[in-house]
Design a binder for this molecule. Sequence first.
Ligand SMILES: [Zn+2]
Length: 484
Amino acid sequence: MEKRSEQYHGFLVEKGRIWNIDDFDVIMGESDEKIDLTGYFVLPGFIDSHTHMVEMGLDVKRVDLSDTDSFDEALYYLKKKEEEAEEGDWIIGVGFDETVWKKTSYPTKEELASVSEVHPVIIKRICGHLAVANSEALESIGDGWDFVDRETGLLKEEVVWNLEEIIAVSKEERKEAILDAIEIAHSEGITCVHDIVDREDWEAYCELDEEGALDLRVKCYIHFNESDGLHPTEKSDFLSLNGLKLYADGSIGARSAALNEDYEDDPGNKGMLLLDQNDMTEMIKDAEERDFQLMVHAIGDRAMSTVLDAFEEASEKSKELRHRIEHAEMLWEEYIKRIRDIDLVLSTQPNFAYKWSQPSEMNEKRLGKERLQKCDPFWDIQRALIKMTFGSDNMPMSPLYGIHSAINHPVLGQRISTYNALQSYTMNGAYAARDEKKLGSFEEGKFADFVVLSENPLDADDLRDIEVKMTVVGGKIVYDAREE
Ligand SMILES: [Zn+2]
């Protein structure tokens, strides 16, 4: 991935690292075991730069509402779960998207009462920024949380991201969820994730690492308000605490991204800024004092300009620490220039653009055609030589789908090449976590983290048809779907 024309035919793996690239005398002569991958294509392992592993692992066992066509259908699955629920169990539905339902308004507390009036019920919107609770669930949510509408049951932002805390998910459950999520990551060819965690997730990771159970490189970014007393830490070759996560605003789907102009489908609403510029400058100073990298969630244009104002005012170490902005969907030309000058990394989600920015899809309803045309400007970002890394945000976790999305961007002028999209899912991810000396490309001495694909993505007609055949982390085969 260092140069476009660079391709090799073999290498030696020893002590978890890559050696002797294309040195066939050594490869054939000295290796104890030879793996013939004729017909396959090997790439550096994918780095997913934006994940929520605990949530993903837990969600697998919850009620999946992502394919429902109506609220009634969602109710059907929730009720089925209710029938088998035991005393004290929560019923949690995940991934609903009311924009594809017949009635496109958010469900209410009363409507969820029909699922259960005994068990607490919560359904989470696909964006992860909005949820609806029944009365029993609302009782478990203390008064300390903002954006809890006790009349309608609507929950927004922080209370939704902290659901695991509210339902008191134990450390053992978190550890199990992480291991389940790692299995999913391996099957997608992912060898490293940049994961957003709370304090208990971080502790769960530390235990797994001490037990030698982490077969994935995990770079953690912990919620800022849970980072008291912490410093950047490299626990092992597999686990490190890299940075702090801040949220400047919400999401377009939940109409909580902070916009300069009203939402097209909700006049009078400009979303909400979750932090003002003063809060942000204080947090930037605090993070830089502790040498923490910052990961700042900013989607709307008002959030973006506030975040950039704060960085311009307070940041002195942005080049060294490589602070990053997550999502950056409403990224206008003037912001691109400022991002380049401050030296920020952009961590974007091509799957968002592909899924929601097609004609007449959700983003067009929310933002209108004119603004939508300028969203997710991947080509402009690349042309400005800003380091852009890709991540899935779990929607779904699939680098090949993400790369397909980037090269088929709904706005023709913003499509990027397959090669550049691959870079954004490999070596740019390494750069974003300051790992480029160890990960992200084939170089002697780097970790033997790679993925074996059924065909070469650079020649493929449709990347969604490519299969992950094998995933290797530190020289260990962690996923193997090769034919006999
Ligand atoms: Zn996220």
